[in-house]
Ligand binder design. Structure first.
Ligand SMILES: O=C(O)CCC(=O)C(=O)O
Length: 262
C-alpha cells in the first residue's frame, strides 16, 4: 500500500470542476509503452486461461455456465472479474500513482478497490454494453465511486468507444437495471436515455477515462477488424457500504486499500 502524507494535485481545478459537472473526464494517454506492452501480454494470457477454465462471462448473452454457448454466440462481450487476482501486473497497476493521483482529486485521499474487470470486444463480433449506470447494479452508499477505464488498443466509435451522457450522474434513473427475462442479457435502458446528448470519447491505446458511478454510459458493438481490450478499475472511499447487504465493504485481498494518508 502506498503510504504518503503529501497530497498531490494531478488535475487542474478546471478539470475537477468538469468532472463534478459532467460526471466524466477524459484523461487521454496515461500508460507508458512498457507498461502497456506488459498489460497486453497479461490480458491475452488471462483470456486464454479463462477460456480454457471457463471462468469468464459473455455479457451479450444470457448468464450461462455453458462454455460452447458463450464461445459460439454471434456476439461476444467478454468479461473477467478481478484480473488483479489473476495477474501481478494487474495487481501492481492498482497502485499506480498515475491512476491514484487522479482518483484522489475526485474521491478524496483514502482509496479502496471496489473491484476491477477486463472487458473485451473481439474483432468482427464484439457485443454492446447497453446504457446503464454502474451504481444501479452496485447500490453502493454513498454513491461516491469513480471508475478508471483504461484502453489497451486504440478505441473509437467504430470499435467500442465509451458513450456518456454529461450531467447524468446528478440524478439516478430511480430504478435498478434488470436482466432480460427472455435472454438474460442486461436490459437496455436506452429508451429512457436522450442519446442525442451522448458524447463519444476516443482514446489511444494506454489511454484513460474516469467516470462517476452514476454516469449513464454505453459502448457499441465492434464490427471492425480491430479488437478492443479495456479494463475498468472501480475505486471507492473506505467505509462505502453495499446497498444489497447494508454492510461496509471491508478491506480484504479482493478489496485492498490502495492509498491512505495519515
Ligand atoms: O468496456 C466496456 O465496453 C464497458 C465498460 C463499462 O461499462 C464500465 O466500465 O462501467
Amino acid at each position: 500500500m502506498e503510504k504518503t502524507s503529501q497530497p498531490t494535485q494531478a488535475l487542474t481545478p478546471e478539470s475537477i470542476d468538469t468532472f463534478r459537472a459532467r460526471g466524466f473526464l477524459r484523461i487521454g494517454p496515461l500508460l507508458d509503452g512498457e507498461t502497456l506492452s506488459t498489460l497486453r501480454d497479461e490480458y491475452d494470457r488471462i483470456f486464454d486461461e479463462a477460456r480454457e477454465s471457463n471462468q469468464f462471462r459473455n455479457l451479450a448473452i444470457s448468464d450461462t455456465e455453458e462454455l460452447e454457448a458463450k464461445i459460439d454466440a454471434p456476439e461476444q462481450m467478454l468479461q473477467i472479474m478481478q484480473v488483479c487476482e489473476r495477474s501481478m501486473a494487474f495487481r501492481q497497476l492498482l497502485y499506480d500513482a498515475r491512476i491514484l493521483d487522479i482518483a484522489e482529486d475526485l474521491i478524496g485521499p483514502n482509496i479502496q478497490l471496489f473491484h476491477d474487470q477486463a472487458l473485451s470486444k473481439p474483432a468482427h463480433h464484439g457485443g454492446a454494453v447497453f446504457w446503464h449506470q454502474d451504481n444501479a447494479y452496485w447500490r453502493c452508499h454513498p454513491a461516491n465511486l469513480v471508475s478508471c477505464w483504461l484502453t489497451l488498443d486504440d478505441v473509437d466509435a467504430s470499435n467500442g468507444a465509451m458513450h456518456l451522457i454529461p450531467g447524468s450522474h446528478l440524478q439516478g434513473l430511480g430504478e435498478s437495471h434488470e436482466r432480460s427475462p427472455e435472454s438474460g442479457a442486461l436490459l437496455d435502458v436506452g429508451q429512457r436515455v436522450d442519446t442525442s446528448q451522448a458524447e463519444v470519447v476516443d482514446l489511444p491505446a494506454g489511454g484513460a477515462l474516469f467516470h462517476h458511478c452514476q454516469t449513464l454510459h454505453y459502448t457499441p458493438p465492434n464490427a471492425t477488424s480491430r479488437q478492443r481490450r479495456a479494463l475498468a478499475i472501480h475505486l471507492m472511499p473506505p467505509g462505502t457500504r453495499s446497498g444489497h447487504t447494508g454492510e461496509t465493504l471491508d478491506v480484504s485481498y479482493a478489496r485492498p486499500m490502495l492509498r491512505m494518508r495519515f
